[in-house]
Design a protein around this ligand. Structure first.
Ligand code: UN1
Length: 496
């Protein structure tokens, strides 16, 4: 018998169960006996209800002046700030990242709410000269309508905020399907939006699993835009289905990010960055560095020092102060991470440290994995090519700066790449040549700030960027208006 609290979907301002009555549990990855909550397992019928509720709410929300929509976000920022600690603790319990990182996740949502609330009074279009006399031309933004948001568990408050807040400012109405591993974080975020004054039906939450609720949302004909962050495999399915229905589909998918360490790098600085980017969030970030491409003159020292740093990391329940690396999100991911250790060994890479499930003492309660370093990895090996999403890093030697950059570019992904060098020319060449949406110089591959565009090239997505100056545009249509006050027919391109 479970004493865990039961949560509901939010549809048209009412908290209600799934029509089927089915439920699923959210459990802590640090302690599988800890049931965080019980949630509705929704399907297409619930998605239909949520879309209908959103459509009903659309005219009034669209008609609300943008600064007034911004006021709701400003109040949400205040509430998020007030509840930062409570939300961070809940996040650590629900998805495992250590408390200091969970606070950062909530802070990222606060930053986004502040930023987007500030956008509320900024210009919404352009005034452009006409080629004809007595004619004015301008553009403005319009909401898209009903949009579907599907978010991952690894940034359970930050990533939903990147999508929800600009969409709301744009005047869109939302059906939100959060990751099944972190439904409570999502529920708390939406409760804050409701408390901040969001009218009923403007955001609807449909909990459930991807194949059921998520797929129904992508397939729904009234949903005009899908914004999805998750795996490349699911992203492809979302693109195929959404594309066939001519939806706008914004995809933020995997990464196989690398830190390039050139022979003139500050080795200690590079190591600090490597440890943070490889093992922070237990390696479960799209921006995590899972490859260290190190000049051959430094690679021996670098590997030995990285090993020592990895072995010193304290793994455990992220709510404990001394813990630096939390659990892996679920059993399936734990098995996947370990399967890549087996792949690395089978392919002839050298396992330097880690490579094992940790289940001594309290760790047996959850899903823990030892920080893992492989050396002598060739860039073509699977551990150097495929996203693992765990605390596993491949050290690859490079003969030269040019070869290091070529290795960095040798995967299908292109999200975040970093270079460590003290040579300004090499730094600028790397900025130009590294194939990624985000490049860092003398800093690790993680640490994106919300006021800059976030996203990748190549197999990381389909060209969209989140956050930054175009955050609201991503969730808007553009309307172009021509007003001719000459009183006569003027033909563009002809009567000029
Ligand atoms: C992600 O990895 O899914 O730059 C998002 C970073 C964070 C966002 C990460 N600010 O690592």
């Amino acid at each position: 018998m479970s004493e865990a609290p039961a949560f509901q979907n939010l549809i048209g301002g009412e908290w209600i169960p799934a029509r089927s009555g089915r439920t699923f549990e959210s459990r802590s990855p640090a302690d599988r006996s800890d049931v965080v909550g019980v949630f509705p397992r929704s399907d297409a019928a619930d998605v239909d209800d949520a879309v209908a509720a959103a459509r009903r709410a659309f005219p009034a929300w669209r008609g609300t002046p943008q600064p007034a929509r911004g006021e709701v976000l400003r109040e949400a920022a205040r509430l998020l700030r007030e509840r930062k600690e409570e939300l961070a603790r809940l996040m650590t319990r629900e998805m495992g990242k250590v408390l200091v990182e969970a606070r950062g996740d909530v802070q990222e949502a606060i930053d986004m709410a502040d930023y987007i609330a500030g956008e509320a009074r900024r210009p919404v279009g352009q005034t452009v000269p006409s080629e004809l006399t007595d004619k004015v031309c301008f553009t403005f933004r319009e909401p898209v309508g009903v949009i579907g948001l599907i978010t991952p568990w690894n940034f359970p408050i930050a990533i939903p905020s990147w999508k929800l807040l600009p969409a709301l400012l744009a005047g869109d109405v939302v059906v939100f399907k959060p990751a099944e591993d972190t439904p409570l974080c999502a529920a708390r975020l939406v409760e804050i939006l409701v408390e901040a004054g969001l009218p009923p039906g403007v955001v609807n939450v449909v909990h459930g699993i991807g194949e059921e609720a998520g797929a129904a949302l992508v397939a729904h004909p009234e949903v005009r835009l899908i914004s999805f962050t998750g795996s490349a495999e699911v992203g492809r399915q979302v693109a195929a289905k959404g594309g066939a229905l001519l939806k706008r589909v914004s995809l933020e998918l995997g990464g196989k990010n690398a830190i390039v360490v050139l022979d003139d790098a500050d080795l200690e600085l590079a190591l600090d960055g490597a440890v943070w980017a490889a093992f922070g969030t237990t390696g479960q970030r799209c921006t995590a560095a899972s490859r260290m491409i190190v000049d051959r003159r430094l690679v021996g020292d670098f590997t030995a020092l990285l090993r020592a740093r990895a072995e010193a990391l304290r793994v455990g329940d992220g709510l404990r102060d001394e813990v630096e690396v939390g659990p892996i999100i679920n059993e399936r991911q734990l098995r996947r991470v370990h399967s890549y250790t087996e792949v690395g060994v089978a392919e002839g890479a050298r396992l330097v440290t880690g490579g094992a499930v940790l289940d001594q003492g309290d760790l047996a309660r959850g899903h823990f994995y030892a920080p893992t370093v492989f050396a002598d990895v060739r860039p073509t090996m699977r551990n150097a090519q495929e996203e693992i999403f765990g605390p596993t890093v491949a050290v690859i030697a490079a003969q030269s700066a040019e070869e290091a950059v070529a290795h960095a570019n040798s995967t299908v992904y292109g999200l975040s790449l970093a270079v460590y060098t003290r040579d300004v020319g090499r730094a600028f060449r790397a900025m130009r040549e590294l194939q990624a949406g985000i490049v860092y110089v003398n800093a690790p591959t993680i640490g994106a700030e919300i006021q800059l565009p976030f996203g990748g090239i190549k197999g990381t997505g389909n060209g969209h960027r989140e956050a930054g100056m175009t955050a609201v545009d991503e969730f808007s249509e553009r309307k172009t208006v021509y007003v001719d006050y000459s009183g006569r027919l003027q033909r563009a391109q002809i009567d000029t």
